[in-house]
Design a protein around this ligand. Structure first.
Ligand SMILES: Cc1cc2nc3c(=O)[nH]c(=O)nc-3n(C[C@H](O)[C@H](O)[C@H](O)COP(=O)(O)OP(=O)(O)OC[C@H]3O[C@@H](n4cnc5c(N)ncnc54)[C@H](O)[C@@H]3O)c2cc1C
Length: 395
């Protein structure tokens, strides 16, 4: 009898992993549980917000990316019981049982943790690239901004793609110059963090760009409230607790994020709510037949699709070894990548590991802005995503 692998989430991690397992032609029966009709290539949303692509380019029907030979259960997981190897979709039907469980439902966006943000979205200059339904507003409002403050926020939680909050700022800033409005607009990065980027090599490059282009920065300021009627954003200072008000004409808001609630409330999460896995083998620290990757996992790296490209083969190979009763010898080193879009023709291609050491793929200094890397971001990587990665080929 075939052993059953159940995958929770048919996003970047779920589809890549399922396809990779399928390609190995092993004796597994694979099911993917995901309620969504659609699958998104989210990295494109930066370029959608910058007016380069229509958002439809970032989406495919889920049925068209589910690997052949796997079963798609179009439903959402409510909870699970790892002691009895069971996944529950609701209280009425029997649980789905598994031999192996792969958990990758992504990160949860906590829009309502910023008071007034959801209500303000799409009105009077408030936008965000962090949702397919909102991403159009970004380009609309960038074009409408003629003066005043253009604020780009970064929250005090882990987020997906740590570079994305500032990528859209560089695009907007270049656009304002192109249409001769730059002198009338204060472009400001307002972050709850203490720095513009974690890895020193790329941080120094970004700091130079910020200085050269006259962008202002405010640190330790976390967006906590939006008064959409009066165009005022409220920030709380992480150090002093003081509330700082800033008027805006454009507010690109990046909401707080966390592990999905059904993971937080389950016995498989760590203290912060993420799926508690070994950072090298991707196996659950307590339940050995459970693995996790992607944004919902506890892997302490920057949460990106690029990270999943390196996590998936480690997970798949280790799961197969575990099934054979062998030692898990494959180790993930925290590799992640962030194509830092700094304009309409420039990208700094940041690549690094768990320790913040650059792990660059090309034989040149990747902290320099390059047109070739912009072309990779715009055309090369999306092509590889749809045609190779989602078919289980990660190079
Ligand atoms: C604006 C933006 C820019 C980005 N830029 C980049 C970039 O340049 N490079 C890069 O590599 N990455 C980038 N990313 C990050 C990248 O998109 C994510 O890291 C990646 O999609 C995470 O994959 P995942 O499979 O963990 O989650 P997702 O791809 O988000 O998929 C999660 C899936 O789980 C499903 N799900 C949720 N809850 C349940 C449930 N209860 N039951 C069953 N299924 C469920 C969802 O429907 C979804 O299909 C960006 C993201 C954004 C938003």
């Amino acid at each position: 009898m075939k052993k059953k692998i159940v995958i929770i989430g048919g996003g970047t991690a779920g589809i890549t992993t399922a396809a990779m397992l399928k390609n190995k032609s092993l004796n597994f029966e694979i099911s993917i549980i995901d309620p969504s009709e659609d699958h998104y290539y989210q990295p494109l949303w930066t370029l959608v917000g910058g007016g380069i692509f229509n958002k439809e380019k970032s989406m495919k029907k889920m049925k068209d990316v589910i690997p052949s030979g796997t079963t798609w259960i179009q439903d959402s997981v409510k909870t699970f019981d790892p002691e009895s190897n069971s996944v529950y979709l609701n209280e009425q039907t029997d649980p789905i049982t598994y031999d192996y469980l792969i958990i990758c439902p992504g990160i949860q966006i906590d829009w309502d943790k910023v008071k007034g943000l959801r209500e303000a979205m799409g009105k009077n200059g408030v936008c965000s690239n962090y949702d397919y339904n909102y991403v159009d507003y970004t380009w609309k409002f960038i074009q409408k901004t003629k003066s005043g403050n253009a604020l780009f926020t970064y929250p005090n939680t882990p987020i997906k793609c740590g570079g994305a909050p500032q990528k859209i700022m560089y695009l907007a800033e270049e656009f304002f110059r192109k249409v001769n409005q730059r002198n009338n607009i204060n472009v400001e990065f307002v972050t709850a963090g203490e720095r513009v980027f974690g890895v020193q090599k790329y941080r120094e490059a970004l700091e130079r760009i910020i200085k050269d282009r006259g962008i202002n920065t405010s640190f330790n300021l976390n967006l906590t409230k939006v008064d959409g009627q009066n165009n005022i954003a409220f920030f709380t200072n992480a150090k002093t607790g003081e509330v700082v008000e800033k008027e805006y004409n454009l507010l690109h808001a990046v909401p707080p994020m966390s592990a999905p609630d059904f993971i937080k409330e389950s016995p498989i999460s760590d203290n912060a709510g993420w799926v508690d896995v070994d950072k090298f083998t991707l196996q659950h620290n307590k339940y050995k037949n459970i693995f996790s990757l992607g944004d919902a996992s506890s892997l302490p790296t920057s949460k990106t699709g690029a990270a999943i490209r390196k996590e998936a083969p480690v997970l798949v190979n280790n799961l197969v070894l575990y099934d054979q009763g062998k030692e898990l010898i494959h180790k993930y080193n925290g590799y992640t990548s962030c194509p830092l879009v700094t304009g309409y023709s420039k990208v700094i291609m940041a690549e690094f590991d768990y320790d913040g050491n650059p792990l660059e793929s090309f034989p040149f200094d990747q902290s320099k802005e390059r047109y070739s890397m912009f072309l990779a971001k715009k055309y090369g990587i999306p092509f590889m995503y749809w045609n190779a990665m989602l078919n289980g080929y990660t190079g």
